[in-house]
Design a protein around this ligand. Structure first.
Ligand code: IMP
Ligand code: MG
Length: 179
């Protein structure tokens, strides 16, 4: 990868080519698992937006798309475990097969909170699909049904993931230098 990297970047972890090769494999898994049904993809803003657009196109069954946003307090550098919904879904999920689409599952607090909250709304089924899974830093256990990549315990940016709201638009995922 010879493209200039933002300051603070140590190395590329996954190239855009690797990511765009992996997402269709996971899309195929999802299509097989939910065959004959409709699926509602719920993107967790803002980080999952880039992943969701690529994943949705790689799913062969009918999908609906909705978004919710969680508060920015829910990140590992401030107060892990503090999560609230800043923007709720537009539509009901009652009776639907719901797939929560995340950029990364880290401590698991966000995913657990969202699973609990959405489960209370009566979906037919509820599961998680994440681009990145950092199981090494898990604090609360959550079931992650679909994942593209397992990553080491290092802060990463790109393909939707930010550092201070920057670098979401990088096509690849990179590891930041320790500060
Ligand atoms: P949780 O710790 O599993 O609740 O994840 C909380 C949120 O922190 C994620 O949805 C991301 O938005 C953010 N986050 C966790 N690790 C990283 C990272 O390495 N880079 C960028 N954002 C991260
Ligand atoms: Mg996020």
């Amino acid at each position: 990868m010879s493209a200039p990297q933002p300051p603070g970047v140590e190395r590329v972890l996954f190239t855009e080519e690797q990511i765009l090769e992996r997402i269709p494999q996971v899309g195929a898994e999802i299509s097989a698992r939910y065959r004959g049904r409709e699926l509602k993809l719920i993107g967790v803003l803002k980080g999952s937006f880039f992943f969701l657009t690529a994943l949705a196109r790689a799913i062969a069954i009918p999908v609906k798309i909705d978004f919710l946003a969680i508060s920015s307090f829910a990140n590992r550098t401030t107060a892990p475990g503090m999560v609230r919904i800043a923007k709720d879904l537009d539509e009901s999920i009652e009776g639907e097969d719901v797939l929560l689409v995340e950029d990364i599952v880290d401590t698991g607090f966000t995913a657990r909170y969202l699973l609990q909250t959405l489960a209370g709304r009566g979906p037919n089924s509820l599961a998680i699909c994440t681009l990145l899974d950092r199981t090494a830093s898990r604090i609360v256990q959550v079931p992650v049904e679909f994942r593209c990549f397992e990553i080491p315990d290092r802060f990463v940016i790109g393909f939707g993931l930010d550092y201070k709201q920057l670098y979401r638009n990088l096509g690849h995922v990179a590891v930041m230098k320790p500060d």
